[in-house]
Design a protein around this ligand. Sequence first.
Ligand code: MTE
Ligand code: MO
Length: 211
Amino acid sequence: MGFTRGFHNRRQEPRDPRLPPGQYDTGSLWPVLTAEVTPKISTASWAFSVEGLVERPTIWTWDEIQALPPSSYEGDIHCVTTWSKLGVTFKGVSVDTLLATAVPLPVATHALAFCYTAQSSTVPPIAYTTNFQLDDLSGGKAWVAWEYGGQPLPIDHGGPARLLVPHLYFWKSAKWVAGLRLLDHDQPGFWERNGYHNRGDPWVEQRYDGD
Ligand SMILES: Nc1nc2c(c(=O)[nH]1)N[C@H]1C(S)=C(S)[C@@H](COP(=O)(O)O)O[C@H]1N2
Ligand SMILES: [Mo]
């Protein structure tokens, strides 16, 4: 009997296969991580721009982007600070839909996401940015999202709308996103210039520069 009990005591809870290495499940909590003061953007003044190396630079107003075919994400999100949130739901529009209108030029290989910034929240203002290879934003892997769990996206989490790129660490999911600039070269964003990994794949723990 001692053998059975000892065997039982050594058993580990099976690890949720949805958790990448080094991550834990934050459960119902959703931490807020912001390097700046939360900007308050009304939907009336909000717009989203796809610009740079595209055939048709395009700006969508709130009503215009809401009228595009909706797209949802059901899955997990992973923050570099080691929390993951499993089984979340976001709704918005696929970045594919936006790129299909703007039409990237053949030379476009990368993109920089840029954001709304609170007036003089810091000196100088942070003006959060984050960078991508274009393939990480296309093929059904990226959204501009304005609903979380069937409710409007809370302002602390990036409302009215944020970028959602859930296959990469969550710093790539720019809050209060204002647009994408398509480029023919890589241009590291705010955290990528400050020690974070350039790409940020959670499954191979691309956390920091050099990982
Ligand atoms: N505009 C903007 N977007 C941002 C940030 C920020 O400071 N400003 N922080 C990033 C970081 S580091 C993380 S981990 C996630 C956190 O999102 P959450 O606060 O909704 O959890 O947002 C990312 N998007
Ligand atoms: Mo972060």
